[in-house]
Design a protein around this ligand. Structure first.
Ligand code: AMP
Length: 395
């Protein structure tokens, strides 16, 4: 696996695919600069080697050229974070981009305009990728968030750098973290899967059953399993057409020696509302008119024991409807358990979808070992897929 450390960037131009798809407010100011901060180590290493950086990214989902999606809005933030002046070019390909890239001196940064102003980016167009490739000597992919897409800048462009392509530090760290959990994890290995639906996590579950010793199933998914086993779930969310599958997962887990832990009690509410009346009930006896919206206290105690026994922990998906304060306690308690296990030496990876939002919202970001930067890309990795952006560098 080639990383930045395999190259000397002295007098070289690095063409770097970064993920600067950051949220902006109505005044076009960056409201969360995490992704820019995450790319900093890669950029600084190249500049310190005596090289220069051509940065390319997408921003939002523009339809053609749309001013509000211009990457020029984020220049002040990039300059602020990197402490280096940024030159900008208003088209990511073409004469001006090539001239500005050519004129770039050691220590300088050129930011290209939004790649998705061209439809060819998402189409993975080879000619467009070739035009991008003219802008650098070495291709660096540091964008995990788009590594599951075979777009021109994330995948296709790599073929124009057969000997000069590598992972940036951020992408390398993502790959190592996933490997540490799914392949080289110190036992016992635990996966906590929460979130709303079984259907969106089924491929993940099937893939990780071969990798883990314990599986905690929480969130809305719980009720498909409980109903399938004959429990009464009241008005809780349930996918009736996935009940067979749930039973099959239980069987597979047993055959593979994986211990499945489901909630034993829940916080049930008489409406899907923060102000609903609530009561703690046995997960298998939820009354009609009530729905389980969070894990109950006994479940959290059980989960805490498992989490603290395990040496490798993967967390994907909240244990309850954490967006509402009344049903966030389970997710917060799980975060506390994982933080404590991590403190005692476990490796913990949080990734995929809403769990990252939950971890940030409740301040667990620095208390777990690694928080992934890619939602969809992380889910696809957990499903066992080889991401095209990663395969293109390994080729
Ligand atoms: P996912 O994107 O699959 O990880 O699902 C996250 C969503 O699951 C969050 O928006 C939660 O509000 C939701 N969720 C978690 N637990 C429940 C539950 N018991 N009932 C309904 N939705 C839930």
């Amino acid at each position: 696996m080639k990383t930045l450390n395999d190259f000397d960037f002295n007098n070289k131009k690095a063409l770097i695919r970064v993920d600067f798809n950051v949220p902006l407010n109505d005044s076009f100011e960056v409201t969360d600069a995490t992704r820019i901060v995450s790319a900093k180590p890669t950029i600084i290493k190249i500049l310190e080697d005596g090289g220069s950086c051509v940065l390319m990214s997408h921003l939002g989902r523009p339809k053609g050229v749309q001013e509000e999606f211009s990457l020029k809005h984020i220049i002040p933030k990039i300059e602020d974070i990197l402490g280096v002046e940024v030159t900008f070019v208003s088209n990511c390909i073409g004469e001006e981009a090539e001239a500005k890239a050519k004129a770039l001196q050691a220590g300088e940064i050129l930011l290209l305009e939004n790649l998705r102003f061209h439809d060819q980016e998402k189409q993975g167009d080879k000619d467009f990728a070739e035009q991008l490739s003219r802008l650098g000597d070495i291709y660096v992919n540091d964008a995990f968030g788009t590594a599951h897409r075979a777009h021109a800048s994330t995948t296709i462009v790599a073929q124009f750098f057969p000997e000069a392509k590598c992972f940036g530090y951020l992408l390398a760290k993502e790959i190592e973290s996933i490997k540490k959990v799914l392949e080289d994890g110190e036992k016992p290995v635990l996966a906590v899967l929460g979130g709303a639906k079984v259907s969106s996590k089924i491929t993940v579950i099937e893939n990780i059953l071969d990798k883990v010793d314990h599986l905690i199933i929480g969130g809305g998914m719980t009720f498909t399993f409980i109903k399938a086993q004959g429990g009464s779930i009241g008005d809780s969310i349930c996918e009736d057409d996935k009940m067979e599958l749930a039973l099959d997962i239980m069987k597979q887990a047993e055959a593979k020696g994986v211990k499945i832990h489901l909630p034993v009690d829940v916080i049930a509410a008489d409406a899907f509302s923060n102000d609903a009346n609530t009561q703690v009930v046995d997960v298998e006896h939820i009354p009609e008119g009530w729905q389980g919206l969070d894990a109950g206290p006994k479940s959290l105690e059980n989960f805490d024991v498992v989490v603290n026994e395990c040496k490798t922990i993967l967390w994907n998906g909240p244990l309850g409807v954490f967006e509402m304060e009344s049903f966030a306690k389970g997710t917060i308690a799980l975060g506390d358990s994982i933080a404590s296990s991590t403190k005692n030496g476990a490796f913990s990876l949080v990734g995929g979808g809403d769990s990252v939002a939950a971890v940030k919202q409740f301040g667990f970001e620095n208390k777990v070992s690694y928080v992934s930067t890619g939602g969809g890309a992380m889910l696809e990795s957990l499903e066992g897929k080889t991401l095209p952006g990663i395969a293109a560098i390994l080729d």
